[in-house]
Design a protein around this ligand. Sequence first.
Ligand SMILES: Nc1ncnc2c1ncn2[C@@H]1O[C@H](COP(=O)(O)OP(=O)(O)OP(=O)(O)O)[C@@H](O)[C@H]1O
Ligand SMILES: [Mg+2]
Length: 505
Amino acid sequence: MLATLRSAAVFGVEAYAVHVEVDVSLGFPSFTMVGLPDTTVRESRDRVRAAIRNSGLEFPPHRITVNLAPADVRKAGSSFDLPIALGLLAGSGRVLRRTVDDTAILGELSLDGGINAIRGVLPIAVATRQAGVRRLLLPPQNALEASIVEGLEVCPARSLGEAIDALNAPDAAPLFVRPVGVETSEPAAGDGDLADVRGQLLPRRALEIAAAGGHNLLLVGPPGGGKTMMARRLPGILPPLSFEEALECTAIHSVAGTLTNGSGLLTTRPFRAPHHTISNVALVGGGPIPRPGEISLAHNGVLFLDEMPEFHRRVLEVLRQPLEDGRVTIARAARSAIFPARFVLVAAMNPCPCGYDGDERRACHCTPGQIERYRGRLSGPLRDRIDLVAEVPAVPVTVLADAPPGESSASVRGRVLDARARQRCRYRDLDVRTNAGLRGSATGRLCRPTLEGRRLLHVAADRMKLTARGYDRVLKVARTVADLGASENIEVDHVAEALQFRLLE
Ligand SMILES: Nc1ncnc2c1ncn2[C@@H]1O[C@H](COP(=O)(O)OP(=O)(O)OP(=O)(O)O)[C@@H](O)[C@H]1O
Ligand SMILES: [Mg+2]
């Protein structure tokens, strides 16, 4: 008796169809799995056996062979439990259909026959719809996520028993109805409002420019200056996620298993702040079956590296390629996975190891050698990828107490939205979303300052010894400053403001 059921798995953020073939034949009782299952898949034998028995059904005392096709791709995870169990029960006649091709089946079984949530449902739902399959049978916790995809019947099953019924009587199976109004496109509340930050006009402006043009930002200052505080308020001034961006983010978080149970579409921009002890793989992604790292989880959002020089140098260097390409490719012998990773990088650091270099409140005791070594932990190429460097001086407590509250996030966000609208209009025919995303010759073509602006830029480039990349970065930042000022021309003032964010070099 042979049963063939349809399931799916993800590689990177792409899903592919997997056919689960279960053969139950007479012979010495055994349970074999073929088709490159890894250990997590092979463990499913024990779960399936217990789940079937504990659901009050008979586990067929025969020779069982399970094949997961295509056989040349390594399979991982527990989502094949349910199709394997149903295939077995089709072999013994409890499930009435032996070939199920109109329904893709996913789910992890628990020993009592219940069905647990799995990862990567959104990309699977998208691929299932594209393959022309009508229905998805899955754990109820994943139903909301799958229902984002239109034109797909989502059939949740809480237990093995319910899944059997759904296959035996497909027309009577209850379908999931997406509740209206689950999408809200409100901005991330973030941590607090920019109004809490008193003074600090220059770094506040840097934050606004970073949000408007998608520029990477480095905040440098003594302890307690408010660097961490300001960086955490960046998501609050970013524009809301578009539907397309939300889909991209949700797919990544779905594969990583970081979608909170049952949540559907991700509606707030991600803000990721990994600790400085993070490993290479955790930051950029990897593993035998590639999983997204922090930079991909921050896709379309913010990656915040607090105390940047404390990160291992090798960890920082792996950021270089993704920062340039907006994605990361993880090569494996059989095939490579590509994870999107377009994010705004915000980094914070002290000016020296003790932290008080240039601070009026306290003397710095670091030697020039120590300072140089400390700053050298950020390599030139990495620094070159940061558009804005802003100094965050310490504000004396007495001044802090008397200063009026700063401008609110909502008001800053208004200007950011206008600037983004101008960019969308300018780049409508290009695969570019923000000024920071401009590459190669497009930068020179689309960011051309006025004659006076160009003159200033040339003088400054000479004095500051800007690299070619650094020069382009000033152009892009000047473009954003002009967009914030609702100006189509890049005037000399805009260039001057852009230049002051490279002064610390
Ligand atoms: N400009 C400011 N306006 C209001 N509060 C401030 C300001 N600067 C600092 N603070 C207060 O000081 C606290 C410490 O700031 P924060 O942790 O952001 O400093 P930091 O620059 O990250 O320091 P470190 O280098 O030690 O990490 C904040 O939580 C906030 O309460
Ligand atoms: Mg800090």
